[in-house]
Design a protein around this ligand. Structure first.
Ligand SMILES: C[S@@+](CC[C@H](N)C(=O)[O-])C[C@H]1O[C@@H](n2cnc3c(N)ncnc32)[C@H](O)[C@@H]1O
Length: 372
């Protein structure tokens, strides 16, 4: 299998009997060693409400104590990139000129901003007509078992509707897309733009044209991530109709040259839950600004007594050992706040990552509960 950690000296990907693939130490590793870095997300979204406050390139927060005092007071960044002739929503904000230049060089940012403006306009339009059309009946009883066939059938129905321009347009004028659905649509557009820009670069006679990390973490790497579609819909049935609405919205809104990528929307939706990382105000987890998928970073399994910690520096996620590790040991981060009690940890892991943790600590704490 080709994947994006091939050249790493510290870690190796193996399949576990209990939790899919996971990373293992190939040699003894001291405390504090950096065992892996993922340089940038393959796709990400910064919530619209934070657009002026979080640098579009390095994700630094204008209201954080790292920001200069005058910025901290105003809470917004002043370095801006804007599309000529379009209203204020079509812009990105940065903490410095250096970040603005790096963002422009990456190639996908400006297109993303333009599409953001289109999505916002289309969302407003979808709100004008009120009552939504009930195209697909998707109410599940509490006892009903949602199967892969039910999900496949629902996607087929929306794809047929989307194939008719007039039906799609009529449906979309009544969608009334919610704000969080718009944020999901924006993250999908990011993934689409990544693929588009990557394809454009590979089509040219300049294979080394700079597109940063895209050469290392590609769409085919993305597809190798664990697919959580069925477990996600079984856990929260309402998400299926939200996903179908978002798909229809994008079919109706994206320009023609991006339409070939719409078939990847379902692939992205199936993988972002359970694989994405929140983008927080540094590592303090005070405020979450959005989320992103750092592909190679998604192979760390969870433990409630982790031996690896994650550190975000600008766009990069770094992973460092939080204690000495022996060759052959599994390398785990923690997906949840490990200060929480057993029941809360188990609840969080079940609803967002769809598994019951049976790490040594959970086993010990649950047997203690049974004994008492
Ligand atoms: C971010 S992915 C980790 C990589 C994943 N194991 C794979 O094969 O792609 C998260 C998923 O891994 C599995 N997983 C992670 N930690 C686990 C654990 N401690 N016990 C059981 N399953 C786990 C769950 O299926 C979870 O949804």
């Amino acid at each position: 299998m080709s994947w994006c950690l091939e050249s790493n000296d510290y870690v190796e990907l193996r399949t576990t009997p209990y939790g899919g693939r996971s990373l293992f130490a190939v040699r003894d590793i001291p405390l504090g060693a950096r065992i892996h870095s993922s340089q940038a997300p393959f796709a990400h979204v910064i919530y619209k409400d934070y657009r002026r406050e979080v640098c579009a390139q390095c994700f630094v927060y204008a209201a954080s104590d790292l920001a200069p005092p005058e910025v901290c007071r105003s809470r917004v960044w002043s370095v801006k990139w804007a599309l000529q002739g379009l209203p204020g929503a079509s812009a990105a904000w940065f903490c410095s000129e250096g970040c603005r230049k790096a963002w422009e060089q990456d190639g996908s940012g400006p297109l993303q901003v333009q599409l953001d403006a289109n999505l916002t306009k289309a969302q407003v339009a979808s709100r004008r007509k009120g009552k939504s059309m009930n195209v697909i009946s998707l109410s599940f009883g509490p006892e009903e078992k949602i199967t892969q066939e039910i999900i496949d059938e629902a996607w087929k129905t929306i794809e047929v509707l989307a194939a008719s321009k007039s039906q799609l347009a009529a449906y979309c004028t009544t969608l009334d897309l919610e704000d969080m659905e718009l944020e999901i649509a924006r993250s999908l557009v990011f993934a689409i733009v990544r693929q588009y820009v990557s394809d454009q670069v590979h089509d040219t006679s300049e294979p080394d044209k700079h597109i940063g990390h895209v050469r290392f973490e590609t769409w085919s790497h993305f597809l190798q991530l664990q697919n959580n579609e069925l477990r996600n819909v079984q856990e929260r049935p309402y998400i299926l109709s939200a996903h179908l609405r978002i798909y229809a919205f994008l079919c109706n809104t994206l320009p023609t040259h991006l339409k070939p990528y719409l078939s990847t929307v379902r692939d992205v939706l199936a993988r972002d839950t359970g694989n994405a990382f929140g983008i927080w105000d540094r590592d303090r987890r005070d405020e979450m600004f959005g989320w992103g998928i750092w592909i190679s970073a998604s192979y760390f399994n969870h433990s409630c007594t982790p031996n690896v910690r994650k550190v975000r520096r600008a766009r990069a996620l770094h992973f460092e050992t939080s204690r000495p590790v022996l060759a052959g040991e599994e390398l785990c981060i923690s997906y949840v706040d490990t200060d929480q009690i057993l029941q809360q940890r188990r609840r969080d892991l079940q609803t967002s990552w769809f598994f019951t943790c049976s790490c040594d600590r959970c086993e010990r704490e649950s047997s203690f509960e049974i004994d008492h």
